[in-house]
Design a protein around this ligand. Structure first.
Ligand code: HXC
Length: 515
């Protein structure tokens, strides 16, 4: 019979073994490949000493291929609760040192337990992926485990923030859990995400491609749009996670925690940002920083579809979601990718009670066969749907061009924006003056003795009529034409007025957005 002390010593020994992961050799290999261990990652994200581990002693249930004799520390995943910025979160990290972090059924159940906690206790979920995928020896039990995770990802969607951090391989069906979550973080040279790896592609299609080009961090941040935050190092990635969690509400029943209001940095002179020449671009992020508290702006999907800019900042201490056309890239035109990026961000903000502030300067939707065939109608409609559906406060500032469908789509009065402001530089029209004059005065221009002079005259006539905000203002489509220097005050005031906004929605199970 053991004494109580012996039982306590035994517990410590068992803990030591379970916490040793895959052992010294595997840990050394993990380090050599430039990666932190699962426990180091959790410790780096959570407030010091706040981690409360769950299911340390979980064991796998595989009974084939000699697995019955194998002990897998923690079954290849470390899971539990902790705090970030003093607020509770649920977290798990796959441990690549234990059988490549592969996912067996009990491994999945351990993840599901923290997911259930996160949903029931209303706190964010952070999942760190570093895994060879479904544990091959477990067969369909591993697939069942993935299915249970996907089910919970979907159940948690719009209820609690879900963050996926890709810090190693994330291959095969494993990619679909991150894809179902709200924000995916990737790290240069560390993250690898793909459905089928380079070997399969080579054998099936005969094409050679490196893991990095196929599904590395840069690829997902820039080309596929699967990643929302890109970092050079794991530490930079952890800082991004903490900044994001400091800005967003931790569940859909609360508003984001307010911070002390801070004025923007004085280096941003809002009235000097837009050039006099309407054909010249400028960086719309300077306008966001010119009005946000302390000029803070956490950009989401910075490298993907950069013709639109989305991200979080604060106004008078309150978190807001900024959406802005980016004249620096393709004149800020809307296309398939920027529509997807924008619509998803709007829906995130709407689900989590974050007011939307939209800056408009775009020539419209991108024309062309490629875009039409890529489904710009279906994708473009997502923005209309997302803005129309959003019941959070919606504030719009038209800076310069607001042409055609782009004018309507970018949170116009017609999609029930609460407050629409326009700068005196705004041009609200069906299209640009040159294009418009060429179409409606084609005959006059063609028959004129001096077509170029007539064209210039007609362009000037059209532009004089519509290239301003006053026609729209005369119909009440613009609530106020404001001086650029008044923008922060106008937006902050509108946000204050909208604190108790409430919109009744029609009774239905759910709508059918065009996705
Ligand atoms: C069981 C696995 C495993 C897996 C890796 N290991 N992946 N064990 N099931 N899926 C084990 C290895 O056997 C090895 O064990 C240890 O983990 C480390 O793996 P290495 O290959 O030595 O590491 P590395 O060279 O870094 O290569 C990593 C890797 C590679 C690229 C991830 O291991 C790999 O290609 N694994 C298989 C990937 C895969 O095809 N997974 C199934 C996808 S299908 P020892 O004992 O030698 O240390 C899928 C379907 C899900 O996931 C569908 C859900 C809907």
């Amino acid at each position: 019979m053991s004494t109580n002390q012996e039982k306590r010593d035994d517990l410590q020994k068992r803990k030591q073994v379970a916490m040793a992961g895959g052992g010294e050799k595997a840990i050394a290999k993990q380090k050599e490949s430039g990666k932190l261990t699962a426990r180091e990652r959790i410790d780096s994200i959570l407030d010091p000493g706040s981690f409360q581990e769950l299911d340390l002693f979980i064991q796998h249930s595989a009974r084939d291929f000699g697995m019955e004799k194998k002990y897998l520390a923690g079954d290849g995943v470390v899971a539990g609760t902790g705090t970030v910025n003093g607020r509770p979160v649920c977290i798990y990290a796959q441990d690549f040192t234990v059988t490549g972090g592969s996912l067996g059924f009990m491994h999945a159940m351990k993840i599901c337990k923290v997911m259930d906690h996160a949903i029931n206790l209303q706190m964010p979920l952070i999942g760190i992926n570093d895994s060879g995928g479904a544990r091959i020896q477990e067969g369909v039990r591993a697939l069942a485990g993935y299915g249970e995770i996907f089910y919970r990802n979907t159940k948690a969607s719009g209820v609690i923030p879900q963050l996926s951090v890709i810090l190693g391989p994330c291959a095969g069906g494993a990619v679909y859990s991150p894809a179902l979550t709200d924000f995916v973080f990737v790290v240069d040279q560390v993250s690898k995400m793909f459905i089928t790896g380079p070997e399969v592609i080579k054998s099936v299609l005969g094409e050679e491609i490196s893991q990095e080009d196929l599904g590395g961090a840069r690829t997902h941040a820039e080309i596929t749009g699967n990643a929302h935050f890109y970092a050079k190092t794991e530490q930079e990635c952890f800082a991004q996670i903490k900044e994001l969690l400091g800005l967003i509400p931790h569940n859909n029943r609360e508003k984001a925690r307010a911070a002390e209001p801070v004025p923007p940095q004085t280096s941003y002179k809002i009235e000097d940002i837009i050039p006099d020449d309407v054909r010249k671009p400028y960086d719309v992020r300077h306008i966001i920083r010119a009005i946000s508290d302390n000029s803070q702006f956490l950009e989401v999907q910075e490298l993907f579809a950069p013709n639109i800019v989305v991200g979080f900042g604060r106004m008078n201490g309150q978190t807001v979601g900024f959406v802005a056309n980016q004249p620096l890239v393709m004149a800020g035109v809307l296309d398939v990718d920027s529509s997807d990026k924008c619509a998803r961000f709007i829906r995130y903000c709407d689900a989590f009670n974050i007011p939307l502030v939209t800056f408009v300067d775009l020539p419209g939707y991108l024309p062309g066969v490629d875009q039409e065939h890529a489904g710009v109608i279906r994708h473009g409609a997502k923005i209309l749907y997302a803005y129309s559906e959003a019941s959070v406060p919606k504030i719009t500032v038209i800076l310069r061009k607001a042409y055609g469908g782009g004018y309507i789509a970018m949170c116009s009065k017609h999609l029930h924006s609460d407050f629409v402001y326009a700068w005196p530089t705004a041009e609200i029209a069906v299209m640009g003056s040159a294009g418009a004059a060429n179409i409606i005065f084609r005959k006059e221009i063609k028959e004129s003795e001096n077509p170029e002079a007539t064209r210039a005259e007609k362009v000037a006539e059209y532009s004089g009529k519509f290239a301003n905000p006053y026609v729209a203002a005369s119909y009440g489509y613009v609530d106020a034409v404001i001086d650029p220097a008044e923008t922060r005050q106008a937006v902050a005031n509108a946000l204050n007025l909208s604190l108790n906004k409430h919109v009744e929605t029609p009774c239905r199970k759910h709508g059918l957005p065009p996705f």
